[in-house]
Structures are given as C-alpha cells and as structure tokens.
Write a protein that binds this ligand. Structure first.
Ligand code: COA
Length: 318
C-alpha cells in the first residue's frame, strides 16, 4: 500500500513589533504608496533582541503539535529551513529539539533561501516514504531584519521576520498527503540575490538585483507549477488553493492569472507579513487552515523561488 506524508498540524509565530511602511518612510527615501504599489506590502513584523530563529521556530512548532494533538516526544525528526540561523552550529533544528524536549530521532537545517520550506517539505516526505520517520516537524523560521542593510531602500522594505511550522505524519493510502514535490537549483544566478560572503561586508547583508529576480521568478515558477500538475495528471482547475511564497503581490497575481484562479482561492499574507523567506508558505498555510479556508480534501499548490537560484513546487491533498 502507498505510504503518504499527510499534513496534520500547522502553527505560526510572528513577533509583536510591527513596522509600517510609513515608519520606514521616516527613515529612508521611500513611501507607503511606492511600497504598496510595487510589492503589495503594507507592514512587516520585526523580532526583538531576545527573539531568534530557534525561539520563533519552537513557538510555531509547539502550535503545530497542539493543532495535531501530538506530543513532542512522538516526533521522529525536525527539519528547519532557514537562511538566518542563530549561529553556524548547532543547527536551529537541534536547538528547537532541545527547546521542545525531543531527545530521540534527528534534526538538521536546510539552506535554500526563500525556497527553503519547499525543499524541507520534500526532504521530510522522502524520510516518511522511505520509512525512516513517521512524524516530522517541518519549520521555516527567519530573522531577515538582522541581515538587511537598513539604508538600502531597494531591499529593506521587502522583508519581515516570523516562523511557520507543519507536522507531517505517515499514513497508508492515497486519499491525502503530499502528491509530489519538484526542486530545482541553478548556481549561474548566484549573484542576483545573496548574502555577502564572509569578510566582504561587516556585518553580512542581503544584496539583490530585484528586477532580475522578478524576471526569473515569473518564468521559473510557471514552469514549476506546470511540472507539478503534469506529473499528477491534473489541470489548473483542479487546484483549490494556491499557497505561494510571499515575495511580491505582482508575482502572486501573475501566477494566479496563469492558473485561472480567482483571488479568493489564493492565500495572501505578503501585505501584512512582507517576505518572510522560508517562513512565508507555512505562515500562509497556518492562517488559511486555522481560519477554515483550507479544508480536508482540498488540493493545495505551493511554489517558491529564492537565492541560489533555487525554486520548486509541492502539491498536497489536505
Ligand atoms: N522606494 C522608492 N523607490 C524605490 C524603492 C523604494 N523602496 N526601491 C527602489 N526604488 C526606485 C529605484 O531606485 C528605481 O528608481 P530609478 O528608476 O530612478 O532608478 C525605481 O524605484 C524602479 O526600480 P525597479 O527596481 O525597476 O522597481 P521594480 O518595479 O522592479 O520593483 C522590486 C522593485 C524589488 C519590488 C521588484 O523588482 C521585485 O519584487 N523583485 C523581486 C524581488 C523578490 O521577489 N525577491 C525575493 C525573492 S525570494
């Protein structure tokens, strides 16, 4: 019988401090109007000094376990997607295991920038399908506020902090679960979106050629979506919910148009969260599952593109 990785829990965490576009416009040469028009972003959450990738990720993970009614001791693996770990090692995953009191199984971090959650989800699904783990926490957690150049108006207005988590559980049968994942990377485009290499800038900061990234996102995300549907013999109209990486509302709208999906079937958080990188998809899933929009049986399509370049898609039957 087929073994599937089913999503049974969702959780999220956002720092309480909200930074509005208007506040940013007091510090740098930008405006609420420009940011909303070009990106759809109105505000972002910013971690305080005591909040870290691990502390926020642990809070999101606890919420996901509560939702699934699963004890931390029943979790076999923790996979964290992050580009902003608290320190090079121990990994954020192992720190979260420590915070949750998980003392068996294993944990590690995945580095794929804004695509990180899709890469981590694919990794977790592989462990479940190969029977290495029955219950896996997949967490995206980011503190981009600490790698931004707050004087660079072309990047600092775009990102925010937060964490999202899902619990995947092994289930026999084909009724639900992750149907497929498709991952891609192309190192030729490493210099259009990166965090400065060791020693080049102190502290290291994010640098981006926004227009170039935009151009790649539109093409590559469309391909990743087509690939996901074709691999499953599905059509765009079969998709109930698009839960995209939340980088820019114009990219999200473009993908919805391509799929012929009305706005009501696209989960959007970029207006309130900005781009939380690897945390953006699980935060959006958390919101739409908890408010009752995404329900059992719904087909959910996820897609993301990030630094690397890395990009990919995942199809999930709830
Ligand atoms: N406020 C006001 N003006 C700004 C600005 C800001 N925050 N940031 C840039 N500008 C200016 C630019 O300097 C430029 O001015 P110029 O024409 O005098 O040179 C003008 O606005 C247009 O800049 P441009 O970069 O062409 O704008 P854009 O329409 O491409 O929007 C992004 C910029 C970054 C919003 C857009 O390219 C984008 O979203 N790219 C993808 C980013 C992304 O998804 N990154 C993460 C991937 S995970």
């Amino acid at each position: 019988m087929t073994l599937r990785a089913c999503l049974t829990g969702v959780g999220g965490y956002l720092p309480s401090r909200i930074l509005t576009n208007a506040e940013l416009a007091e510090r740098i040469d930008t405006s609420d109007e420009w940011i909303r028009e070009r990106t759809g972003i109105a505000q972002r959450h910013i971690a305080d000094a005591g909040e870290t990738a691990a502390s926020m990720g642990a809070a999101a993970a606890r919420a996901a376990l509560d939702w699934a009614k699963v004890a931390a001791s029943e979790v076999d693996a923790v996979i964290v997607a992050t580009a902003t770990p608290d320190n090079p090692f121990p990994s954020v995953a192992v720190r979260i295991m420590g915070e949750l009191g998980i003392t068996h199984g294993f944990g590690f971090d995945v580095s794929a920038a804004c695509s990180g959650f899709v890469f981590a989800l694919a990794t977790a699904e592989s462990f479940i399908r190969s029977r290495h783990a029955r219950r896996v926490l997949v967490i995206g957690t980011e503190v981009y506020s600490r790698i931004l150049d707050w004087n660079d108006r072309t990047t600092c207005v775009l990102f925010g902090d937060g964490a999202g988590a899902v619990l995947l559980e092994a289930e026999d049968g084909e009724a639900r679960g992750i149907l497929s994942t498709h991952l891609h990377s192309d190192g030729r485009f490493g210099d259009i979106l990166y965090v400065s290499p060791h020693g080049e800038e102190q502290p290291a900061v994010l640098r981006m050629q926004g227009r170039e990234v935009f151009r790649h996102a539109v093409v590559k995300l469309a391909e990743a979506v087509d690939e996901a549907l074709a691999a499953n013999g599905l059509k765009a109209e079969d998709v109930r919910w698009l839960v995209p990486h939340q980088a820019n509302l114009r990219i999200i709208d473009g993908m919805a148009r391509k799929l012929g999906l009305p706005q009501e079937r696209v989960v959007v958080t970029v207006d309130r969260h900005a781009n939380t990188s690897a945390a953006s998809i699980p935060l959006a899933l958390n919101e739409a599952v908890r408010d009752g929009r995404i329900r059992t049986g719904d087909l959910v399509l996820m897609e993301a593109l990030g630094g690397g370049l890395t990009w990919g898609s995942a199809l999930l039957r709830m």
